[in-house]
Design a protein around this ligand. Sequence first.
Ligand code: F0G
Length: 458
Amino acid sequence: MEGFKTIIEPFKIKMVESIKVTTEAQREKFLKDAHYNPFLLSSDQVMIDFLTDSGTSAMSANQWAGMMQGDESYAGSNSWLRMEKTIRDLTGFEYIFPTHQGRAAERILYGYLGGKGKVFISNTHFDTTRANIEFSGAEAIDIPIPEATHPALEHPFKGNLDTVKLEAAIKQHGAKNIGAVILTVTNNSGGGQPVSMKNTREISRICKKYKVLFVLDCCRVAENAYFIRHREKSFEKRSYKSIAQEMFSLTDGAIMSAKKDALVNMGGFLALKSKTHADACKNLLIITEGFTTYGGLSGRDMEAIAIGLEEVFEDDYLNYRISSTTFFGEHLKKLGVPLMTPIGGHAVYIDAKKFYNHIPVHKYPGQALVCELYLKGGIRSVEIGSVMFGKYDEKGKLIPAPMELVRLAIPRRVYTQSHIEFAIEVFEKLIKEKKSAKGLEIIEEPKFLRHFSAKFKR
Ligand code: F0G
Protein backbone atom coordinates (compact mmCIF):
# COMPACT_ATOMS: atom_id res chain seq x y z
CA MET A 1 0.00 0.00 0.00
CA GLU A 2 2.64 2.49 -1.10
CA GLY A 3 1.83 6.16 -0.60
CA PHE A 4 -0.79 5.58 2.09
CA LYS A 5 -0.38 5.95 5.82
CA THR A 6 -3.12 3.48 6.74
CA ILE A 7 -1.95 -0.11 6.70
CA ILE A 8 -5.03 -2.26 6.24
CA GLU A 9 -5.49 -5.66 7.85
CA PRO A 10 -4.45 -7.94 4.95
CA PHE A 11 -7.45 -10.24 5.44
CA LYS A 12 -11.23 -10.26 5.22
CA ILE A 13 -13.35 -11.69 8.00
CA LYS A 14 -15.29 -14.83 7.07
CA MET A 15 -16.43 -15.90 10.49
CA VAL A 16 -16.95 -13.79 13.58
CA GLU A 17 -17.00 -14.38 17.30
CA SER A 18 -19.15 -11.92 19.19
CA ILE A 19 -17.87 -9.77 22.00
CA LYS A 20 -20.25 -9.22 24.89
CA VAL A 21 -20.35 -5.50 25.60
CA THR A 22 -20.47 -4.82 29.34
CA THR A 23 -20.94 -1.72 31.51
CA GLU A 24 -18.49 -0.41 34.07
CA ALA A 25 -20.92 -1.32 36.87
CA GLN A 26 -21.04 -4.94 35.64
CA ARG A 27 -17.27 -5.09 35.38
CA GLU A 28 -16.91 -3.71 38.89
CA LYS A 29 -18.85 -6.74 40.14
CA PHE A 30 -17.05 -9.24 37.88
CA LEU A 31 -13.67 -7.96 39.05
CA LYS A 32 -14.63 -8.05 42.72
CA ASP A 33 -15.87 -11.64 42.28
CA ALA A 34 -12.54 -12.46 40.57
CA HIS A 35 -10.68 -11.04 43.61
CA TYR A 36 -9.08 -8.30 41.46
CA ASN A 37 -7.17 -10.90 39.46
CA PRO A 38 -8.23 -10.91 35.77
CA PHE A 39 -6.83 -14.47 35.37
CA LEU A 40 -9.92 -15.46 37.39
CA LEU A 41 -12.40 -13.76 35.01
CA SER A 42 -14.29 -15.82 32.49
CA SER A 43 -13.50 -14.81 28.91
CA ASP A 44 -17.04 -13.61 28.16
CA GLN A 45 -16.59 -10.97 30.87
CA VAL A 46 -13.72 -9.54 28.79
CA MET A 47 -14.25 -7.25 25.79
CA ILE A 48 -10.69 -7.09 24.45
CA ASP A 49 -8.35 -9.84 25.55
CA PHE A 50 -4.71 -8.76 25.53
CA LEU A 51 -3.72 -11.36 28.13
CA THR A 52 -1.54 -13.27 25.69
CA ASP A 53 -0.65 -13.72 22.01
CA SER A 54 -0.18 -17.44 22.69
CA GLY A 55 -2.67 -19.86 21.17
CA THR A 56 -5.05 -16.99 20.47
CA SER A 57 -4.41 -16.51 16.72
CA ALA A 58 -7.21 -16.60 14.18
CA MET A 59 -6.50 -19.32 11.64
CA SER A 60 -6.86 -18.67 7.90
CA ALA A 61 -9.38 -20.30 5.57
CA ASN A 62 -6.45 -22.33 4.23
CA GLN A 63 -5.56 -23.61 7.68
CA TRP A 64 -9.18 -24.60 8.38
CA ALA A 65 -9.32 -26.35 5.01
CA GLY A 66 -6.08 -28.13 5.97
CA MET A 67 -7.66 -29.28 9.22
CA MET A 68 -10.26 -31.19 7.24
CA GLN A 69 -7.39 -33.04 5.52
CA GLY A 70 -5.77 -33.97 8.84
CA ASP A 71 -4.46 -37.53 8.73
CA GLU A 72 -5.07 -39.06 12.15
CA SER A 73 -2.97 -42.21 11.62
CA TYR A 74 -1.01 -43.23 14.69
CA ALA A 75 2.17 -43.80 12.69
CA GLY A 76 3.42 -42.15 9.50
CA SER A 77 0.64 -39.56 9.30
CA ASN A 78 0.78 -37.51 6.11
CA SER A 79 0.05 -34.41 8.14
CA TRP A 80 3.19 -35.09 10.15
CA LEU A 81 5.23 -35.55 6.97
CA ARG A 82 3.99 -32.20 5.76
CA MET A 83 4.76 -30.50 9.07
CA GLU A 84 8.20 -32.12 9.21
CA LYS A 85 9.03 -31.03 5.65
CA THR A 86 8.03 -27.42 6.37
CA ILE A 87 10.11 -27.31 9.56
CA ARG A 88 13.10 -28.96 7.91
CA ASP A 89 12.97 -26.45 5.07
CA LEU A 90 12.80 -23.58 7.55
CA THR A 91 15.32 -24.74 10.16
CA GLY A 92 17.64 -26.97 8.14
CA PHE A 93 17.68 -29.49 11.03
CA GLU A 94 17.62 -33.21 10.39
CA TYR A 95 15.83 -34.41 13.53
CA ILE A 96 12.39 -32.96 14.21
CA PHE A 97 9.89 -33.93 16.90
CA PRO A 98 6.34 -32.69 17.36
CA THR A 99 5.17 -31.74 20.87
CA HIS A 100 1.85 -30.54 22.24
CA GLN A 101 3.28 -27.10 23.07
CA GLY A 102 6.56 -25.29 23.70
CA ARG A 103 7.09 -26.27 27.30
CA ALA A 104 6.86 -29.99 26.44
CA ALA A 105 9.82 -29.56 24.08
CA GLU A 106 11.59 -27.63 26.85
CA ARG A 107 10.96 -30.39 29.38
CA ILE A 108 12.35 -33.02 27.01
CA LEU A 109 15.48 -31.15 25.89
CA TYR A 110 16.38 -29.35 29.12
CA GLY A 111 15.44 -32.36 31.23
CA TYR A 112 17.97 -34.34 29.21
CA LEU A 113 20.70 -31.67 29.04
CA GLY A 114 20.13 -30.34 32.56
CA GLY A 115 20.58 -31.75 36.05
CA LYS A 116 22.53 -30.65 39.09
CA GLY A 117 25.72 -28.73 38.33
CA LYS A 118 24.60 -27.70 34.82
CA VAL A 119 24.20 -24.05 33.83
CA PHE A 120 22.05 -22.57 31.03
CA ILE A 121 22.67 -19.08 29.70
CA SER A 122 20.14 -16.94 27.84
CA ASN A 123 19.34 -13.35 26.82
CA THR A 124 16.30 -13.95 29.09
CA HIS A 125 14.80 -17.33 29.92
CA PHE A 126 11.02 -17.30 29.53
CA ASP A 127 9.35 -18.44 32.79
CA THR A 128 8.49 -21.97 31.57
CA THR A 129 12.04 -22.32 30.19
CA ARG A 130 13.54 -21.30 33.52
CA ALA A 131 11.09 -23.54 35.41
CA ASN A 132 12.00 -26.60 33.30
CA ILE A 133 15.72 -25.94 33.73
CA GLU A 134 15.47 -25.39 37.48
CA PHE A 135 13.16 -28.37 37.86
CA SER A 136 15.96 -30.54 36.42
CA GLY A 137 18.29 -29.21 39.16
CA ALA A 138 20.27 -26.94 36.83
CA GLU A 139 20.79 -23.18 37.03
CA ALA A 140 19.44 -20.59 34.57
CA ILE A 141 21.37 -17.33 34.07
CA ASP A 142 20.06 -14.30 32.15
CA ILE A 143 22.61 -12.01 30.48
CA PRO A 144 20.77 -9.50 28.30
CA ILE A 145 22.72 -6.43 27.14
CA PRO A 146 22.71 -3.67 29.82
CA GLU A 147 20.29 -1.50 27.76
CA ALA A 148 17.59 -4.19 28.11
CA THR A 149 16.59 -3.31 31.66
CA HIS A 150 16.00 0.43 31.04
CA PRO A 151 12.42 0.71 29.79
CA ALA A 152 12.74 4.13 28.13
CA LEU A 153 16.12 3.57 26.46
CA GLU A 154 16.07 3.26 22.66
CA HIS A 155 18.15 0.48 21.06
CA PRO A 156 17.37 -1.28 17.77
CA PHE A 157 18.14 -4.74 19.17
CA LYS A 158 17.37 -4.54 22.84
CA GLY A 159 16.85 -8.32 22.91
CA ASN A 160 20.56 -8.99 22.29
CA LEU A 161 22.62 -11.17 24.61
CA ASP A 162 25.74 -9.72 26.21
CA THR A 163 28.48 -11.65 24.41
CA VAL A 164 31.33 -10.40 26.61
CA LYS A 165 29.53 -11.72 29.68
CA LEU A 166 28.73 -14.93 27.78
CA GLU A 167 32.37 -15.76 27.19
CA ALA A 168 33.20 -14.87 30.81
CA ALA A 169 30.35 -17.08 32.11
CA ILE A 170 31.45 -20.05 29.99
CA LYS A 171 35.01 -19.68 31.33
CA GLN A 172 33.77 -19.25 34.89
CA HIS A 173 31.49 -22.31 34.94
CA GLY A 174 33.55 -24.44 32.56
CA ALA A 175 32.33 -25.27 29.05
CA LYS A 176 31.50 -28.87 29.96
CA ASN A 177 29.03 -27.65 32.61
CA ILE A 178 27.05 -25.46 30.23
CA GLY A 179 23.79 -27.27 29.35
CA ALA A 180 23.10 -24.88 26.48
CA VAL A 181 23.03 -21.26 25.45
CA ILE A 182 19.42 -20.36 24.67
CA LEU A 183 18.61 -17.37 22.50
CA THR A 184 14.96 -16.27 22.79
CA VAL A 185 13.71 -14.43 19.70
CA THR A 186 12.08 -12.07 20.19
CA ASN A 187 12.93 -11.66 23.86
CA ASN A 188 9.46 -12.02 25.40
CA SER A 189 10.32 -11.42 29.05
CA GLY A 190 12.55 -8.53 28.01
CA GLY A 191 9.73 -6.61 26.31
CA GLY A 192 9.32 -8.49 23.00
CA GLN A 193 12.57 -6.92 21.80
CA PRO A 194 14.42 -8.33 18.77
CA VAL A 195 17.88 -9.90 18.50
CA SER A 196 20.20 -8.93 15.64
CA MET A 197 21.87 -11.34 13.22
CA LYS A 198 25.22 -9.83 14.20
CA ASN A 199 24.60 -10.79 17.84
CA THR A 200 23.44 -14.28 16.80
CA ARG A 201 26.62 -14.76 14.73
CA GLU A 202 28.83 -13.72 17.63
CA ILE A 203 27.02 -16.09 20.04
CA SER A 204 27.39 -18.86 17.47
CA ARG A 205 31.12 -18.17 17.16
CA ILE A 206 31.61 -18.29 20.94
CA CYS A 207 29.53 -21.48 21.30
CA LYS A 208 31.54 -23.17 18.54
CA LYS A 209 34.84 -22.07 20.11
CA TYR A 210 33.91 -23.66 23.45
CA LYS A 211 31.85 -26.53 21.95
CA VAL A 212 28.70 -25.42 23.77
CA LEU A 213 25.24 -26.27 22.41
CA PHE A 214 23.39 -23.25 20.96
CA VAL A 215 19.54 -23.46 20.97
CA LEU A 216 17.07 -20.99 19.48
CA ASP A 217 13.75 -20.44 21.30
CA CYS A 218 12.12 -19.47 18.02
CA CYS A 219 8.46 -18.96 18.89
CA ARG A 220 8.49 -15.40 17.48
CA VAL A 221 11.24 -15.88 14.86
CA ALA A 222 9.17 -14.35 12.02
CA GLU A 223 8.53 -11.18 14.03
CA ASN A 224 12.25 -11.07 14.82
CA ALA A 225 13.06 -11.40 11.10
CA TYR A 226 10.88 -8.35 10.42
CA PHE A 227 13.05 -6.22 12.72
CA ILE A 228 16.28 -7.55 11.18
CA ARG A 229 15.14 -6.65 7.67
CA HIS A 230 14.13 -3.14 8.74
CA ARG A 231 16.91 -2.33 11.21
CA GLU A 232 20.04 -4.25 10.27
CA LYS A 233 22.27 -3.26 7.35
CA SER A 234 22.41 -5.63 4.37
CA PHE A 235 19.09 -7.35 5.14
CA GLU A 236 16.77 -4.75 3.50
CA LYS A 237 16.23 -6.84 0.39
CA ARG A 238 16.09 -10.27 1.99
CA SER A 239 12.90 -12.28 2.43
CA TYR A 240 11.73 -12.76 6.01
CA LYS A 241 11.96 -16.50 5.64
CA SER A 242 15.56 -16.42 4.39
CA ILE A 243 16.49 -14.23 7.38
CA ALA A 244 14.95 -16.81 9.74
CA GLN A 245 16.73 -19.62 7.84
CA GLU A 246 20.06 -17.86 8.30
CA MET A 247 19.38 -17.49 12.02
CA PHE A 248 18.63 -21.23 12.39
CA SER A 249 21.79 -22.08 10.43
CA LEU A 250 23.87 -20.45 13.17
CA THR A 251 22.45 -22.71 15.89
CA ASP A 252 22.46 -26.39 16.86
CA GLY A 253 18.75 -26.76 17.52
CA ALA A 254 15.46 -25.02 18.13
CA ILE A 255 12.41 -25.17 20.32
CA MET A 256 9.15 -23.67 19.19
CA SER A 257 5.84 -22.96 20.82
CA ALA A 258 3.76 -23.06 17.62
CA LYS A 259 1.06 -21.15 19.51
CA LYS A 260 2.79 -17.92 18.48
CA ASP A 261 4.35 -17.55 15.03
CA ALA A 262 2.91 -20.78 13.59
CA LEU A 263 -0.52 -19.10 13.82
CA VAL A 264 -2.25 -22.01 15.55
CA ASN A 265 -4.05 -22.59 18.83
CA MET A 266 -1.96 -25.53 20.04
CA GLY A 267 1.34 -27.19 19.17
CA GLY A 268 5.11 -27.06 19.23
CA PHE A 269 8.28 -28.82 18.13
CA LEU A 270 11.86 -29.62 18.93
CA ALA A 271 14.45 -29.64 16.13
CA LEU A 272 18.05 -30.83 16.46
CA LYS A 273 21.20 -31.20 14.40
CA SER A 274 22.91 -33.92 16.45
CA LYS A 275 21.82 -37.57 16.23
CA THR A 276 23.08 -38.30 19.75
CA HIS A 277 20.90 -35.61 21.31
CA ALA A 278 18.00 -36.52 19.05
CA ASP A 279 18.12 -40.20 20.05
CA ALA A 280 17.96 -39.31 23.75
CA CYS A 281 15.10 -36.87 23.20
CA LYS A 282 13.22 -39.38 21.04
CA ASN A 283 12.95 -41.77 23.97
CA LEU A 284 11.62 -39.09 26.28
CA LEU A 285 9.18 -37.96 23.59
CA ILE A 286 7.72 -41.43 23.15
CA ILE A 287 7.43 -41.99 26.89
CA THR A 288 5.80 -38.67 27.73
CA GLU A 289 4.29 -37.03 24.62
CA GLY A 290 3.53 -39.67 22.04
CA PHE A 291 5.00 -41.46 19.04
CA THR A 292 7.45 -39.52 16.86
CA THR A 293 4.90 -38.86 14.13
CA TYR A 294 2.40 -37.00 16.29
CA GLY A 295 3.97 -35.96 19.64
CA GLY A 296 0.96 -34.76 21.58
CA LEU A 297 -0.84 -33.47 18.48
CA SER A 298 -3.77 -34.43 16.29
CA GLY A 299 -3.10 -34.80 12.57
CA ARG A 300 -5.31 -31.76 11.92
CA ASP A 301 -3.19 -29.61 14.27
CA MET A 302 -0.05 -30.64 12.39
CA GLU A 303 -1.65 -29.65 9.05
CA ALA A 304 -2.51 -26.23 10.47
CA ILE A 305 1.04 -25.73 11.78
CA ALA A 306 2.56 -26.60 8.39
CA ILE A 307 0.35 -24.00 6.69
CA GLY A 308 0.75 -21.38 9.44
CA LEU A 309 4.54 -21.57 9.26
CA GLU A 310 4.35 -20.54 5.59
CA GLU A 311 1.75 -17.79 6.05
CA VAL A 312 3.59 -16.08 8.91
CA PHE A 313 6.51 -15.11 6.65
CA GLU A 314 4.33 -13.31 4.07
CA ASP A 315 5.35 -9.66 3.62
CA ASP A 316 1.83 -8.26 3.98
CA TYR A 317 1.12 -10.27 7.10
CA LEU A 318 4.31 -9.25 8.94
CA ASN A 319 3.99 -5.65 7.83
CA TYR A 320 0.45 -5.49 9.25
CA ARG A 321 1.42 -7.39 12.38
CA ILE A 322 4.33 -5.22 13.48
CA SER A 323 2.70 -2.00 12.27
CA SER A 324 -0.36 -2.67 14.37
CA THR A 325 1.69 -3.17 17.56
CA THR A 326 3.73 -0.05 16.69
CA PHE A 327 0.55 1.97 15.98
CA PHE A 328 -0.78 1.09 19.43
CA GLY A 329 2.51 1.86 21.18
CA GLU A 330 3.24 5.11 19.33
CA HIS A 331 -0.22 6.49 20.12
CA LEU A 332 0.18 5.65 23.79
CA LYS A 333 3.59 7.31 23.75
CA LYS A 334 2.03 10.48 22.30
CA LEU A 335 -0.43 10.49 25.18
CA GLY A 336 2.52 10.43 27.56
CA VAL A 337 2.07 6.83 28.73
CA PRO A 338 5.50 5.57 29.91
CA LEU A 339 6.44 2.55 27.80
CA MET A 340 9.13 0.01 27.18
CA THR A 341 10.73 1.40 24.01
CA PRO A 342 11.22 0.81 21.18
CA ILE A 343 7.86 -0.93 20.76
CA GLY A 344 8.36 -4.70 20.48
CA GLY A 345 6.75 -7.23 18.16
CA HIS A 346 3.88 -8.96 19.91
CA ALA A 347 3.01 -6.63 22.77
CA VAL A 348 3.14 -3.18 24.27
CA TYR A 349 4.66 -3.00 27.75
CA ILE A 350 3.67 -0.16 30.09
CA ASP A 351 5.95 1.05 32.87
CA ALA A 352 3.32 1.00 35.64
CA LYS A 353 5.69 2.23 38.33
CA LYS A 354 6.00 5.50 36.39
CA PHE A 355 2.37 5.63 35.25
CA TYR A 356 1.00 5.28 38.79
CA ASN A 357 3.88 6.88 40.66
CA HIS A 358 1.58 7.56 43.64
CA ILE A 359 1.18 3.80 44.25
CA PRO A 360 4.12 2.27 46.15
CA VAL A 361 5.66 -0.96 44.86
CA HIS A 362 4.31 -3.02 47.77
CA LYS A 363 0.80 -1.98 46.66
CA TYR A 364 1.48 -3.37 43.17
CA PRO A 365 1.09 -0.48 40.67
CA GLY A 366 1.09 -3.00 37.78
CA GLN A 367 -1.85 -4.92 39.20
CA ALA A 368 -3.62 -1.59 39.82
CA LEU A 369 -3.23 -0.74 36.11
CA VAL A 370 -4.40 -4.20 35.06
CA CYS A 371 -7.55 -3.66 37.18
CA GLU A 372 -8.20 -0.13 35.89
CA LEU A 373 -7.84 -1.27 32.25
CA TYR A 374 -10.46 -3.90 32.90
CA LEU A 375 -12.82 -1.66 34.87
CA LYS A 376 -12.74 1.26 32.46
CA GLY A 377 -12.46 -0.61 29.17
CA GLY A 378 -13.10 -4.33 29.66
CA ILE A 379 -9.51 -4.90 28.53
CA ARG A 380 -7.59 -7.83 30.01
CA SER A 381 -3.81 -7.55 30.35
CA VAL A 382 -1.16 -9.08 32.57
CA GLU A 383 1.12 -7.71 35.27
CA ILE A 384 4.80 -8.52 34.78
CA GLY A 385 6.24 -7.09 37.96
CA SER A 386 6.22 -7.81 41.65
CA VAL A 387 3.02 -9.86 41.57
CA MET A 388 4.65 -12.21 39.05
CA PHE A 389 8.26 -12.13 40.23
CA GLY A 390 8.23 -10.59 43.74
CA LYS A 391 9.69 -12.60 46.62
CA TYR A 392 9.68 -12.16 50.41
CA ASP A 393 12.64 -11.78 52.77
CA GLU A 394 12.86 -13.70 56.09
CA LYS A 395 10.74 -11.05 57.76
CA GLY A 396 8.03 -11.36 55.14
CA LYS A 397 8.87 -8.03 53.51
CA LEU A 398 8.41 -7.85 49.74
CA ILE A 399 11.56 -8.01 47.62
CA PRO A 400 10.20 -6.30 44.48
CA ALA A 401 10.89 -7.29 40.88
CA PRO A 402 13.33 -5.05 38.94
CA MET A 403 10.47 -3.52 36.89
CA GLU A 404 6.70 -3.08 37.32
CA LEU A 405 5.40 -3.70 33.80
CA VAL A 406 1.98 -4.42 32.33
CA ARG A 407 1.90 -6.37 29.07
CA LEU A 408 -0.78 -5.86 26.46
CA ALA A 409 -0.15 -8.77 24.10
CA ILE A 410 -1.90 -8.66 20.75
CA PRO A 411 -3.42 -11.87 19.38
CA ARG A 412 -2.56 -12.44 15.71
CA ARG A 413 -5.21 -11.58 13.06
CA VAL A 414 -7.91 -11.25 15.75
CA TYR A 415 -8.53 -7.57 16.45
CA THR A 416 -8.92 -4.71 13.97
CA GLN A 417 -7.65 -1.16 14.12
CA SER A 418 -10.84 0.03 15.83
CA HIS A 419 -10.22 -2.31 18.75
CA ILE A 420 -6.76 -0.79 19.09
CA GLU A 421 -8.17 2.75 18.80
CA PHE A 422 -10.68 1.92 21.52
CA ALA A 423 -7.84 0.71 23.77
CA ILE A 424 -6.01 4.01 23.15
CA GLU A 425 -9.16 5.89 24.22
CA VAL A 426 -9.34 3.82 27.39
CA PHE A 427 -5.84 5.03 28.22
CA GLU A 428 -6.97 8.66 27.69
CA LYS A 429 -9.57 8.03 30.38
CA LEU A 430 -7.06 6.36 32.69
CA ILE A 431 -4.73 9.35 32.39
CA LYS A 432 -7.53 11.75 33.38
CA GLU A 433 -8.48 9.60 36.36
CA LYS A 434 -4.95 8.63 37.35
CA LYS A 435 -5.11 9.89 40.91
CA SER A 436 -8.17 7.80 41.78
CA ALA A 437 -6.39 4.50 40.99
CA LYS A 438 -5.72 2.51 44.11
CA GLY A 439 -3.10 -0.05 45.02
CA LEU A 440 -3.85 -3.60 46.14
CA GLU A 441 -2.99 -6.02 48.86
CA ILE A 442 -2.53 -9.78 48.40
CA ILE A 443 -4.87 -11.69 50.71
CA GLU A 444 -4.27 -15.22 49.44
CA GLU A 445 -1.49 -16.70 47.31
CA PRO A 446 -0.06 -20.07 46.29
CA LYS A 447 3.63 -20.84 46.75
CA PHE A 448 4.55 -20.98 43.04
CA LEU A 449 3.46 -18.88 40.04
CA ARG A 450 1.24 -16.82 42.28
CA HIS A 451 0.07 -14.39 39.58
CA PHE A 452 -2.26 -17.03 38.12
CA SER A 453 -4.39 -17.49 41.21
CA ALA A 454 -3.54 -14.89 43.88
CA LYS A 455 -6.47 -13.05 45.46
CA PHE A 456 -6.34 -9.31 46.15
CA LYS A 457 -8.15 -6.67 48.15
CA ARG A 458 -8.45 -2.95 47.27
N1 F0G B 1 9.21 -19.60 25.13
C1 F0G B 1 8.72 -18.35 25.03
C2 F0G B 1 9.62 -17.24 24.60
C3 F0G B 1 7.36 -18.11 25.31
O1 F0G B 1 6.87 -16.88 25.18
C4 F0G B 1 6.54 -19.20 25.71
C5 F0G B 1 5.13 -18.98 26.03
C6 F0G B 1 7.11 -20.48 25.80
C7 F0G B 1 8.46 -20.64 25.50
C8 F0G B 1 6.31 -21.68 26.25
O2 F0G B 1 5.46 -22.10 25.25
O3 F0G B 1 3.17 -21.83 26.23
O4 F0G B 1 3.58 -23.28 24.23
O5 F0G B 1 4.35 -24.00 26.45
N2 F0G B 1 4.62 -17.82 26.22
C9 F0G B 1 3.22 -17.50 26.52
C10 F0G B 1 3.06 -16.02 26.75
C11 F0G B 1 2.58 -18.35 27.55
O6 F0G B 1 1.94 -15.58 27.15
O7 F0G B 1 3.99 -15.26 26.52
P1 F0G B 1 4.06 -22.84 25.57
